[in-house]
Design a protein around this ligand. Structure first.
Ligand SMILES: [Zn+2]
Ligand SMILES: [Zn+2]
Length: 82
């Protein structure tokens, strides 16, 4: 999946007074661009578009789907505060 340059045609302008996701724009992680697009998938690279801002719930979902984030799941270090 690579950027073919099609997304540029759907490039979204930065909204004034509201967030990008709030105004219906979607983010493609592959093309690294915000686009105005009705579908769930990028018309350019075919990758799933992000429709919500980052939050913990979404991150957890992403982690379950992708194994590229596996390195982030390092064992939690126990810090003694006493
Ligand atoms: Zn693209
Ligand atoms: Zn894309």
């Amino acid at each position: 999946m690579t950027c073919k340059g099609i997304c540029i045609r759907h490039k979204a302008q930065k909204p004034v007074g509201s967030g990008r996701f709030a105004s219906g724009q979607k983010r493609c992680q592959i093309c690294e661009i915000f686009i105005k697009w009705d579908g769930l998938w990028c018309p350019c690279c075919g990758y799933r578009l992000r429709t919500k801002p980052r939050n913990l719930k979404y991150k957890a979902k992403l982690r379950a789907r992708s194994n590229t984030t596996r390195f982030k799941e390092a064992p939690v270090l126990t810090v003694r505060l006493k």
